[in-house]
Structure formats: C-alpha cells, structure tokens
Design a protein around this ligand. Structure first.
Ligand code: GLP
Length: 258
C-alpha cells in the first residue's frame, strides 16, 4: 500500500493527477467511479482540466460502484443521477460510456450478474476511485461482506443510512434499505485502487483499512490483499494511524528510488 498524507486542499489535485496520467498513456482506460462526498474535489479538478482543454474523457469508460435499490435513474438521489451531476454531464464522456448497476431491475440477481459481465467485457477496471464509510465499507460492502464477494444486493447498516440521510432531507427512513454493490472480489480485480478519506470521522476506518487485521468486520481491510492500492488522506483522517510518521518518511524519500 502507498499511504499519502496530504493537505486536505491538495487531495483533489493529487488524485486527479493519477487519473490524468492514466488517460494520457491510455485514453480508452476504464475508470471505476465512486459516489459520495470523498471524490467530489477530484471530480471538480478533472472537470476543470477538461474545460481548460488539458484532459479528455472522450474515449474513456466508467463503471459505478453501487446503487440504491428502488431509485430510478431520474431520481436526483440515485447514485446514477449523482455521478451524472458531479462528473459525467460536466466532462466529455461519450454517450453511455459510464454505466452503473440497475437498482430498478425486476430481477436484481440477473442485473448483478449482467453488470459483472459488462465490466469483464470492457476488460476490467484500470483505476478504481474509492471512498470508505465510517463503519469500514467500500462501495456498499457492509460489515460481514465476504472478502471474495461479487456484485450483489446488500442490506445497508443503520449507520450507513444515518450517514447518507443528509441526501434524503435528513430522513433516515427515506434512505433505501437495500442496494446493489460491486463485491470486494470485484473491486480487488481493479488494476489500481485509490482510496480517498478526509476528516476525523474517517480516522478509525482508515486505521483499520491500513493497519487492521483483515476481517469481514471491516470490509475495507480486503484492500490489503490488492496488489496496488494508494490511500490518500488528510491529517485528520490519518490521525489514528500508528505508523503515520513512517508513511510520511516514505513519501519524503520516494523520489530516491523511482
Ligand atoms: C457511501 C457509498 C460509497 C462511498 C462511501 C463513503 O455510502 N456507498 O461509495 O465511498 O459510502 O461516502 P462519503 O465519501 O460520502 O463519506
């Protein structure tokens, strides 16, 4: 794992640099797109670069991580609508280049399987952007998720529903109880995963993700099995890391071995 402890205001540009470098060498790259607040500064910076003519998504493809069950794509609270508003409609993706799980499918299990197949047919995800939930989920893989899980329906924890109630006028009961999420096994197949976490409320999840024992209790710990993970955090999210000084030292001296 590479752990980058950065100024909160620098996180967006740092991660955007990784996306930018990938698209420069591989314009048809497949991106894995997270929703939630964590990647918003990244998407803003990417859009700025598109508008400045520095970057193009015209040949890229994207796959979303997760979706609420029962919310149609035109519901502004659906993750499909959120990713469209935050990134897709503001960048220059080709029509239908970004896809997500269908949370309104009559046969949800079939939709999950079809989604896995679509990702595989695209050649898999080159760069997966991830946030982490306060209870340690990545995508919507809640505690007890199999570390080998694939795209499937999950039941959200009350903690996640409370965390996301702000997008539903503060009404936790309005937050859907079920979701479709890429599995941990699916996410582990991405060729590079970048986790973004900022703020004190993510500090325990970040500690578990980086230094905790691998366990379904903290699904984010599955990333310790991923061959290439970059964890980009601010000082507050890094505040519970036992070896924070070491991670800072690694970053200070990385140029000497590159
Ligand atoms: C949400 C989403 C995840 C997201 C995570 C963190 O519930 N399902 O995709 O990465 O939890 O969210 P946030 O970035 O808003 O803290």
């Amino acid at each position: 794992m590479e752990i980058v402890i950065a100024e909160a205001g620098a996180v967006g540009a740092l991660v955007a640099d990784e996306v930018h470098a990938l698209l420069a060498r591989q314009p048809e790259a497949v991106l894995g797109l997270a929703t939630g607040s964590s990647p918003l500064s990244v998407y803003d910076e990417l859009v700025r670069r598109v508008e400045a003519g520095e970057l193009s998504f015209a040949r890229a493809r994207g796959f979303m991580l997760d979706e609420y069950v029962g919310l149609p794509a035109d519901d502004p609270r659906s993750y499909r609508a959120v990713i469209d508003a935050e990134l897709v409609s503001r960048a220059d993706f080709a029509p239908d280049a970004v896809q997500g799980p269908d949370g309104t499918a009559v046969d949800l299990a079939a939709a999950c399987l079809a989604y896995e197949q679509t990702i595989a047919e695209a050649g898999g995800v080159d760069l997966q952007i991830l946030g982490v939930g306060t209870a340690g989920h990545i995508a919507f893989n809640e505690p007890s998720s199999s570390l080998a899980s694939r795209t499937r329906v999950k039941t959200l924890t009350m903690q996640t529903r409370r965390d996301n109630a702000c997008f539903f006028d503060g009404d936790v009961e309005a937050v859907p109880r079920h979701c479709i999420t890429q599995g941990l096994g699916t996410i582990l197949e991405s060729r590079h995963a970048i986790v973004i976490a900022t703020g004190e409320k993510k500090a325990i999840a970040v500690r578990e993700l980086v230094e905790g024992a691998i366990s379904a209790r903290w699904p984010c710990t599955a990333l310790q099995l991923h061959p290439r993970v970059t964890v980009v955090v601010d000082a507050a999210a890094a505040s519970r890391l036992e070896l924070a000084d070491y991670y800072r030292e690694v970053q200070e001296h990385r140029d000497a071995v590159e």
